[in-house]
Design a protein around this ligand. Structure first.
Ligand SMILES: [Zn+2]
Length: 275
């Protein structure tokens, strides 16, 4: 294998935009992978021989922390183990485009989505498949009230409303139940979440979690997986936005959620903001 001329900017974009969500890499996995790439591929070397102590020092982590990350990266195909000796590991460090679970992401060139635009530039309102990617990210729950939604009871909501120049970016679109979509209206999302808590539709711990998720969304940390082309592998193609269960109880009893019949939901929908 020849070490072709690399474009570090594109590698970094592929790593952040596709490899991390598709392989579901943790923060430690990311630190370890980027340190290994830095000292192998960016130095023109395919292989790298290293010890866990060296890796731990370089990533400012413990050896107990980096060891499972190396194991994970090997299991996910980001590293190929060539040799393991007492002195350490010899691995071949794969670039995102060479990793099986990420192939196809760069259909029209490194750093590009199958449609040839970056994740940041993608209009997620544009096609059904892209809208579906947002719904999938929320895993069948309303982003706001955490209620279960189905294909018939969900819609996409602009966190910052379109009238306030909110975009169709994955950072501004969430899957929501129709009731929340209608009730939120042009209210800031943070105020709406607090209102849901006052209405006892969210516990205080759920509210804290939702506010954190709102920040993560705006920071671009909740990336949906772009729809795959037919030839693409689906290995690891599900981004898991953690919907952590709350460990603190709201002192007030939780109000039961009303049940809705799909036919009644028309009353909640706002045509301009529903798909
Ligand atoms: Zn809701």
């Amino acid at each position: 294998m020849k070490n072709k001329k690399l474009d570090a900017i594109q590698i970094w974009k592929q790593f952040e935009d596709y490899m991390v969500p598709r392989l579901e890499l943790s923060v430690v996995d990311r630190a370890v992978y980027s340190h290994l790439v830095r000292h192998s591929r960016l130095e023109g070397k395919l292989r790298l021989s290293f010890s866990m102590a060296w890796l731990a020092r370089g990533t400012r982590l413990s050896t107990g922390g980096v060891r499972p990350a190396v194991r994970q990266l090997i299991a996910k195909g980001a590293l190929r183990l060539v040799e393991r000796t007492k002195a350490g590991h010899v691995v071949e460090v794969k670039l995102p485009e060479d990793i099986r679970g990420c192939q196809g992401m760069v259909g029209s060139g490194p750093g590009c989505s199958p449609r040839g635009v970056s994740l940041e530039e993608t209009d997620f309102w544009e096609t059904k498949a892209l809208r579906e990617a947002i719904h999938e990210r929320e895993r069948g729950r309303c982003f706001y009230c955490l209620g279960r939604v189905t294909g018939r009871t969900r819609c996409l909501d602009h966190v910052v409303p379109q009238v306030q120049m909110g975009s169709n970016s994955y950072r501004n679109l969430v899957s929501s139940c129709m009731e929340c979509n209608a009730q939120k209206g042009e209210m800031p999302a943070e105020d709406f979440l607090r209102w849901l808590c006052r209405e006892r539709r969210l516990t205080s711990a759920e509210l804290a979690d939702r506010l954190r998720k709102l920040d993560a969304l705006a920071a671009g940390e909740l990336r949906p997986v772009l729809p795959a082309l037919p030839h693409q592998s689906t290995v690891g193609a599900r981004f898991s936005a953690s919907q952590s269960a709350s460990s603190f109880a709201n002192p007030l009893p939780r109000k039961p959620r009303p049940t809705y019949h799909p036919e009644n939901l028309g009353a909640f929908s706002r045509p301009g903001n529903r798909r």
